[in-house]
Ligand binder design. Structure first.
Ligand code: CP
Ligand code: NVA
Length: 310
């Protein structure tokens, strides 16, 4: 079997993603009510270790991958960019070669997407993208799982992305092409999603409308989703905030979307900027389930990457 990297969702493909999401639902149900650190009955990754490299901050990705490995019977270790030799210029290729001798899989969060591609090229173990400036495929797995749980069906669903056409937006668009659902992006001019990602989705039959009117984009949507206006590594200029302000998700916007619309946000949220307290704490918000689902989706992703699923 060739190495199962997960640099982006297309590395897995639609069938494997469906298998990952189904397995995540089964595993989640099987351990309902258990203490968080208890190992799943089958301990499928006993003896396995995941190395996690962080060149950017993280709460959810770090904790959910660590807990995923514990629940699967394995363990995880963390290298932060600054205190490892990566921070002193050791190449990604050499780091990949060395880590492959110690651990069974590598998760990396970094800035330049090319670094994850380079890591995957030189590693002899699976490499998972834990967020780059271009994409955040692990987040999209959790978001799809959250919709499946909430509404029972992914294909044909309608998602409205409001605000910055960023890394999380790019992965959602990639998923739309692979899993055949609709995404409409309402964003300011100059903040559109990646052109290559849009072209890939189009090649899979998904033309992603890019519009300026958030109310129209959200109307009738199954999911209204947004994210910070300023991602890690970007400068927090007034221009960004000024351009994004009309794309904030408030109660009126969500009411216009309709009662069935779920509100999602990958977190961390900037309350009072891209989303109001009333929305994120309100009855249509799915953000805490969404955050929890990072854990469940990534457990099944790890099983797929290590050849135990699909
Ligand atoms: N959503 C997400 O990736 O959160 P962290 O930055 O806390 O990992
Ligand atoms: N778009 C955000 C996501 C954080 C999880 C960022 O890249 O900072």
């Amino acid at each position: 079997m060739s190495l199962r990297h997960f640099v982006d969702l297309k590395d897995a493909g639609g069938d494997a993603i469906a298998a990952i999401l189904n397995d995540a639902m089964d595993r989640k149900a099987a351990r309902a009510g258990w203490p968080k650190g208890k190992v799943d009955g089958d301990a499928p990754l006993a003896g396995h270790v995941l190395a996690m490299i962080f060149e950017k901050n993280s709460t959810r990705t770090r904790v959910s991958f660590d807990m995923a490995m514990r629940q699967l019977g394995g363990s995880a270790l963390v290298l932060d960019g600054a205190s490892s030799q990566i921070g002193r210029g050791e190449s990604i290729a050499d780091t990949a070669r060395v880590l492959s001798r110690y651990v069974d899989a590598i998760m990396i969060r970094t800035d330049d997407h090319a670094k994850v591609v380079e890591m995957a090229k030189h590693a002899n173990v699976p490499v998972i993208n834990g967020l780059t400036d271009l994409s955040h495929p692990c987040q999209t797995l959790a978001d799809m799982l959250t919709l499946l749980e909430g509404q029972g069906k992914l294909a044909g669903s309608k998602w409205a992305w409001l605000g910055d056409g960023n890394n999380v937006c790019n992965s959602l668009i990639e998923a739309a092409g692979l899993m055949q659902f609709d995404v409409t992006v309402a964003c300011p001019e100059g903040f559109e999603p990646d052109a290559g990602v849009l072209a890939d989705a189009a090649a899979r039959g998904r033309i992603i409308p890019i519009v300026r009117d958030s109310v129209a984009a959200a109307k009738g949507a199954d999911v209204v989703v947004t994210d910070t206006w300023t991602s890690m590594g970007q400068s927090d200029s007034d221009n960004r905030a000024r351009a994004m302000a009309v794309y904030a998700v408030d109660e009126a916007l969500l009411e216009g979307a309709g009662e069935k619309a779920m509100f999602m946000h990958c977190l961390p949220a900037h309350r009072g900027e891209e989303v109001t307290d009333a929305v994120i704490d309100g009855p249509q918000s799915a953000v805490w389930d969404e955050a929890e689902n990072r854990l469940h989706a990534q457990k099944s992703l790890l099983l797929w990457a290590l050849g135990k699923l699909g």
